[in-house]
Design a protein around this ligand. Structure first.
Ligand code: SF4
Length: 269
């Protein structure tokens, strides 16, 4: 578990890393590739398994691997298989050891609810969260159908400290809402005016517990710089619907005095 640069959570925790969605603007893939790989396995290769699930290659790791750099220093290997979906089972006990309550972004380096993720992985992550109820857990997916499927089977925990987020560049999107579940949407990056989708979006916003919005970051050639009016429209609708809105750092300059950060739980903690 580590302090995060993600400004809407205190920490990130990655018992699963890697993702197959292939988003063009993915920050996580760059990090996993840059800091990926390993060359020290203290236990032996027989202790992890790579297997095909529906033709997808995934990895399960029972122990931490390491890397030795050119100067001979040994470092933890956080992404031994780079961006391949990987279950770091040895990280499951981390939240329980962290006694100070935190808002934790679960799997900032993955989509835990991608179709390729075995249910057993998700179940074990939920169990680890339940074993450390002092924290608030924020989940985020681009595949909310998986939430729906799990909920239909009674497999989606409805704990008060679990927040299920859906990540989307726009609001044009099938929203998922489970009775009793805390939900939020992360519109990041926002790529078009909110007004284009307004009718559908207002209905969605009304059922949403929190909106996070941010601009595209990085130096992509076709990078979209949002107009202030897009965000103002969203802010107005959120206020009308009584839904808190959190603007990411990437919007601070664009929004000026209209930059706001609200949390559904009242304050940062
Ligand atoms: S869903 Fe997230 S982690 Fe997966 S490729 Fe897209 S941006 Fe990257």
């Amino acid at each position: 578990m580590k302090k995060t640069k993600i400004d809407w959570a205190d920490s990130s925790w990655n018992p699963v890393s890697g993702c197959l969605h292939g988003c063009e603007y993915c920050y996580a893939r760059g990090i996993a590739n840059r800091f990926g790989g390993y060359n020290i396995d203290p236990v032996g290769e027989s202790t992890f398994i790579c297997e095909k699930i529906d033709g997808t290659k995934v990895a399960m790791l029972t122990h931490q691997l390491s890397k030795i750099d050119k100067s001979g220093n040994v470092h933890v290997a956080p992404y031994p298989y780079r961006f391949m979906p990987t279950f770091h089972q040895y990280r499951l006990g981390e939240p329980a050891k962290w006694t100070t309550p935190r808002t934790i972004f679960v799997c900032s380096m993955a989509d835990l609810f991608g179709d390729w993720v075995p249910y057993e992985w998700i179940q074990k992550v939920f169990e680890a969260c339940k074993a450390a109820p002092q924290h608030r857990y924020l989940f985020l997916t681009k595949n909310p159908d998986r939430y729906i499927n799990l909920a239909k089977q009674g497999l989606l925990p409805m704990e008060e400290n679990f927040w299920y987020g859906s990540s989307t560049p726009t609001m044009d999107y099938k929203f998922f809402w489970c009775t009793g579940a805390n939900t939020f949407v992360s519109i990041e990056p926002i790529l078009e005016p909110f007004t284009d989708l307004l009718d559908d979006s207002i209905a969605a916003v009304k059922r949403c517990g929190w909106i996070i919005v941010g601009a595209e970051t990085g130096n992509r050639k076709e990078k979209v710089i949002p107009k202030k009016s897009w965000i103002m429209e969203l802010k107005k609708t959120a206020a009308e619907c009584g839904v808190p809105i959190f603007m990411k750092e990437s919007l601070r300059e664009i929004m000026g005095d209209d930059f706001i950060r609200q949390y559904p739980w009242g304050d940062r903690t």
